[in-house]
Design a protein around this ligand. Structure first.
Ligand SMILES: NC(=O)c1ccc[n+]([C@@H]2O[C@H](COP(=O)([O-])OP(=O)(O)OC[C@H]3O[C@@H](n4cnc5c(N)ncnc54)[C@H](OP(=O)(O)O)[C@@H]3O)[C@@H](O)[C@H]2O)c1
Length: 314
């Protein structure tokens, strides 16, 4: 069998870096081909993984993709919100088909369990992209390609979203999140490790599988998350579901990252999640893939208290 050469997209990101780290730790003989679009990230990756191949690859640039796919055996695919998945996955499929040694693609998705495109609100369905629709589109292209794909569907919020949202927690001791609802949680490092374990297993039975990955233990409302933060940080964190306050404080950042309608989109998305909160459920898939209990939200917060600048006695 050809030696593994694993291509990892977004290699310096919070989901992909743990894939590279786990493979490097468990199977140092496996060749890593680490892809990023950033020269700065490339430098950092070269220092972390001196034996890895580093490539500049963009899903929207077929030439760079073709070079990245050359000779690889497994591929980890994660895409950012609002990517044009039609172009990206069509390019990816075309390159993957030329890659004769390819054995497996592990693709990250982000859909609520048992929710289909038909369940989306018209606002989200007709928005012209975004996290609510893009993973369905990506999956339909990959499924139709006949390529060997395993899906890790993060039917949960990533625990480090709390760091992304930590500005108001630090400044106002408040977790801001409109449309109170129950959601599941998952540690991005656990997802990366699960992907790495699948890739290293060489087990063909993973092909075609779709796993909902969340901690298996944390379905919480945002008010409950604020209470958990308070208890772990020993400092009261309030919960505020005001749309107006979120738009004032957080909205500008979303518009900056996702374009002029970014904040409007996420409000629609949160409203949709509230409408479908009964679909949220836990599974033991991630524990099965990791062969251990996944990280809980409480233990993750405990390990990351510095991100929230809690008051200190010493
Ligand atoms: N955040 C959550 O709670 C959550 C929950 C469920 C599902 N999800 C889903 O998880 C996925 C990842 O979310 P995230 O917040 O981790 O995204 P992210 O931080 O934006 O990461 C995406 C990665 O993709 C790479 N990338 C971006 N554009 C690219 C392109 N054109 N070609 C090649 N690589 C590209 C980036 O790497 P470089 O910049 O280095 O190239 C980056 O590391 C999204 O699809 C999201 O819908 C997120």
């Amino acid at each position: 069998m050809t030696a593994n050469r694993v291509l990892i997209f977004g290699a310096s990101g919070h989901l992909s870096l743990p894939v590279a780290r786990w493979i490097n730790y468990r199977s140092p003989q496996t060749l890593l081909r680490l892809a990023t679009r950033s020269e700065v990230s490339k430098g950092a990756l070269a220092r972390l993984f001196p034996n890895a191949e580093l490539v500049t690859a963009d899903y929207l640039d077929p030439e760079s993709l073709a070079a990245a796919f050359s000779g690889v055996t497994e591929v980890f695919v994660v895409t950012p919100d609002f990517l044009d998945e039609d172009r990206a996955m069509t390019n990816l499929v075309n390159c993957a088909r030329q890659s004769k040694q390819l054995r497996l693609i592990v693709r990250i998705l982000g859909n609520l369990p048992n929710v289909t495109l038909d369940n989306l609100t018209p606002e989200l369905r007709n928005f012209g992209g975004g996290t609510a629709t893009q993973h369905f589109l990506a999956r339909s292209i990959l499924d139709a390609s006949g390529l060997p794909v395993t899906y890790l569907n993060m039917s949960a919020y990533l625990m480090d979203d709390l760091v992304r949202w930590s500005g108001p927690i630090r400044q106002y001791a408040t977790l801001l999140m409109p449309y109170e609802r129950r959601v599941a949680w998952v540690d991005p490092e656990d997802v990366g490790e699960a992907a790495a374990r699948i890739i290293l297993s060489g087990d063909r039975r993973y092909v075609g599988q779709h796993f909902n990955v969340e901690s298996g233990q944390d379905i919480l409302t945002f008010r409950q998350v604020a209470e958990m933060l308070s208890d772990v940080l020993h400092s009261p964190i309030a919960y505020d579901d005001s749309v107006e306050r979120w738009l004032n404080i957080v909205g500008p950042r979303y518009n900056q990252i996702f374009g002029a309608k970014g904040a409007d989109y996420y409000l629609q998305f949160y409203r949709f999640e509230q409408l479908h909160e009964l679909a949220v459920c836990t599974s033991n898939s991630l524990g099965m893939l990791l062969q251990r209990p996944p990280t809980t939200l409480r233990s993750w917060i405990k390990a990351n208290t510095a991100a929230f600048d809690p008051p200190r006695l010493m």
